[in-house]
Design a protein around this ligand. Structure first.
Ligand SMILES: Nc1ncnc2c1ncn2[C@@H]1O[C@H](COP(=O)(O)OP(=O)(O)O)[C@@H](O)[C@H]1O
Ligand SMILES: [Mg+2]
Length: 356
């Protein structure tokens, strides 16, 4: 088992005069699985391509273990890369696709045979060595691409939306496969997705990106529980956010006067919340109590959506804003069309700045 740390020190990138990456500081410990999560155009692929050596940064340096690799060409970096579109060689069979990286590195053919077999077993394709690529399903092709990246035993593995082309069920399977391979081989992994569920399920840490910047980095649960700002909250998990102005801040608890509603919401303030400034009150769908009578924020229950293990309820506030509440299936919920009241506990609410 061999893994190395990966560090971006002030890496920045321009395309012409457009800044694609602000100076990025990011450090992955040896063996860590970090996910870059962000909307299209936020700079994820650019950062990965710089790590792989396919793109030159305009500033900063890149380090693998104790080595500064900024000036090293891609083929000398010993990094495994998996792309969304597999990028397999269609005219070679499975075995030859995986063997390719070893052949160009001049590995002896007896070693190649053993290593390819081991990589194939690793992704559970032991029976498929002689198959043509076009005879494989999408999920199998992506596992070949994984085996091809793993066979060179790189200390660092980069994956750019490797599951993006798979349907939901296959996605889940290959997600598990990637997690298992990571546990088994412990490679330092930088994984890219724009799918928040995937990021939450797979990562030791998640870096949320926007506009070439890392907005927040942390463990999945910490990001979910304490997002740094409204953008991170809305990108990670289902969010209900009430916008308003901070009235007061005392002992870590802020009170926000909500725009368009004659109400105030109290909650735990995260860093950057300032009295007099705009803020968002984040209330997760699972933290909201719903009742047909009593106190609370008035809302109309528009529809009840069964989602398997949970039911989602879509509501509309008096301002027209949409709200979501979630319950385990089997819990008693009101029927659609009812006017209801929503309530929550102050400790479940986070008051977030609009920007960090
Ligand atoms: N080769 C390129 N030439 C010009 N602009 C580019 C190029 N590659 C990426 N960009 C721009 O850089 C920004 C980041 O792109 P990218 O890293 O591909 O984002 P993501 O992978 O998060 O969708 C975008 O604004 C994109 O349009
Ligand atoms: Mg991309």
């Amino acid at each position: 088992m061999h893994a190395e740390s990966l560090e971006f020190r002030g890496i920045e990138k321009f395309f012409g005069r457009t800044r694609a990456l602000d100076p990025i500081a990011l450090q992955l410990a040896a063996g860590e699985f970090v996910t870059l999560l962000g909307p299209s155009g936020s700079g994820k692929t650019t950062l990965l391509n710089i790590a792989a050596g396919f793109l030159k940064p305009d500033g900063g340096s890149l380090h693998i273990g104790t080595q500064d690799v900024t000036a090293l060409p891609a083929r000398k970096r010993n990094i495994g890369m998996v792309f969304q579109n597999y990028a397999l060689f269609p005219h070679m069979n499975v075995f030859e696709n995986i063997a390719y990286g070893l052949r160009v590195r001049g590995v002896a053919s007896t070693d190649i045979e053993a290593r390819v077999r081991r990589a194939l077993d690793g992704v559970r394709l032991g029976e498929y060595a002689e198959r043509a690529i076009r005879q494989l399903s999408g999920g199998q092709q992506q596992r070949v691409a994984l085996a091809r990246a793993l066979v060179i035993e790189p200390p660092v593995l980069l994956m750019d939306e490797p599951l993006g082309a798979l349907d939901r069920q296959l996605r889940k399977q290959v997600q598990l496969e990637i997690r298992r391979l990571h546990r088994e081989f412990g490679r330092t992994t930088l994984f890219v997705t724009h799918d928040q569920e995937e990021a939450l399920a797979m990562s030791d840490r998640i870096a949320v990106m926007r506009g070439g910047r890392i907005e927040q980095i942390g463990r999945p649960n910490d990001l979910y529980q304490r997002p740094a700002n409204v953008f991170v909250a809305s990108f990670l998990g289902e969010s209900n956010i009430l916008n308003g102005t901070v009235q007061s801040l005392e002992g870590g608890v802020a009170t926000v006067r909500i725009d368009g509603l004659a109400c105030e919401v109290r909650g735990e303030a995260v860093a950057g919340v300032v009295p007099g400034q705009p803020a968002g009150a984040l209330i997760r769908p699972e933290a909201i109590a719903i009742s047909v009578a009593g106190e609370g924020l008035r809302a109309q229950l528009i529809e009840v959506v069964p989602l398997g293990e949970i039911v989602a309820m879509r509501l509309q506030l008096e301002t027209g804003q949409e709200f979501w509440v979630r319950r385990f299936s089997g819990t008693q919920v009101p029927d659609a069309g009812h006017e209801v009241r929503l309530s929550w506990r102050t400790e479940d609410v986070r008051i977030l700045p609009m920007q960090t």
